[in-house]
Design a protein around this ligand. Structure first.
Ligand code: PRT
Ligand code: ZN
Length: 285
């Protein structure tokens, strides 16, 4: 029987979340990442564990049909693969930083300077777009040390909380791209693999939608029911049931995480009471 082969990071910032996502999608692996490969019990899926840097090339070559990588690796490697889903975790940004004491004003200040990075492709593209010529100095690690040891005047690296920059006396001056974990796919999948990928993405999207939404129940005074319904679109439209107490209804709906507090505040203004918010296990979209 055909299996879909997925490459995920062996050990690092993407590994745990990627395994958790598969698990929530109902795909159990026996003791995954300690091995080089494992086979799922509940879905025709084989997992191979690789360094994140190698995943785009393996997917382009078809050694893996799909892979989970940071969008930064996808952009840097410029492999011929398709980005098929954004996963929303391992979020970070790729930024240019300079020593804190530098009086930086514009990108033009870096013309002719040395910028150290592990992401030369993304950086060169950005500089070319902005019409700036600088010396891109490639380092494979500890990029943040480059200015203090006199190897470069600026760096271009991944930033998350920003504390690595601060502790190395650097300040972020330009954000070049935002990144999150993404699913990439080989561009020449056979029909069987395409079908399996569609099934897997359907499961993944249900998991992501559930994580991004909450189930909400509340009691609404009937004289404000229409306005409350307008605030709460739900999946189709909210469920309304009369309460035993005259003049009140119970309203059930689904609420997006993004607008959560705005909506809650508006509901309270409209007289909603007894608001309960419940996590959703899966959401079939
Ligand atoms: O061994 P392998 O090659 O597989 O792993 P790796 O060491 O290359 O990658 P890893 O595990 O560090 O990161 C994998 C992916 O996670 C990256 O490609 C990004 O897409 C994403 N990611 C999210 C991050 C960070 N957040 C992050 N903070 N990758 C790296 N960092 C590092 C960054 O390099 C810098 O040194 O953390 C530091 C900055 O963090 P803050 O919080 O101090 O700003
Ligand atoms: Zn790596």
């Amino acid at each position: 029987m055909e299996k879909l082969r997925i490459a995920i990071q062996k050990s690092g910032r993407l590994s745990e979340k990627s395994l958790e996502l598969l698990k929530e999608a109902g795909i159990s692996l026996n003791n995954g990442s300690r091995k080089l490969r494992s086979v799922a019990q509940t879905f025709p899926l084989e997992v191979i564990y690789l360094r994140d840097d190698d995943i785009p090339q393996y997917v382009e070559d078809g050694v893996a049909h799909i892979g989970i990588v940071g969008e930064n690796e996808y952009a840097e490697k410029e492999c011929a693969v398709d980005l098929v889903e954004r996963l929303g975790y391992s979020r970070c940004r790729l930024s240019i930083a300079v020593p804190k004491s530098e009086g930086y004003r514009t990108l033009g200040d870096l013309a002719g300077k040395r910028i150290a990075t592990s992401y030369p492709v993304i950086l060169k593209k950005y500089l070319a777009e902005k019409g700036i010529t600088a010396d891109v100095h490639v380092l494979s690690g500890s990029v943040e040390l480059a200015p203090s040891i006199g190897v470069a005047e600026a760096i271009f690296d991944i930033v998350s909380s920003g504390s690595t920059l601060i502790s190395n006396g650097l300040k972020e001056v330009e954000t070049v791209m935002k990144s999150e974990a993404v699913v990439i796919a080989n561009q020449n999948l056979g029909d069987a693999e395409k079908r399996l990928l569609t099934d897997l993405l359907f499961r993944i999207r249900s998991v992501l939608a559930a994580a991004n939404n909450k189930y909400i129940l509340l009691n609404a005074p009937n004289d404000h029911l229409q306005q409350i319904i307008e605030v709460l679109p739900g999946m189709k439209s909210p469920t309304i049931m009369p309460l035993a107490e005259p003049g009140w209804s119970s309203v059930h709906s689904v609420l997006s995480e993004k607008t959560f507090w705005e909506v809650i505040d508006r509901l309270r203004e409209l007289g909603a009471q007894g608001i309960l918010v419940i996590p959703i296990e899966k959401m079939i979209v």
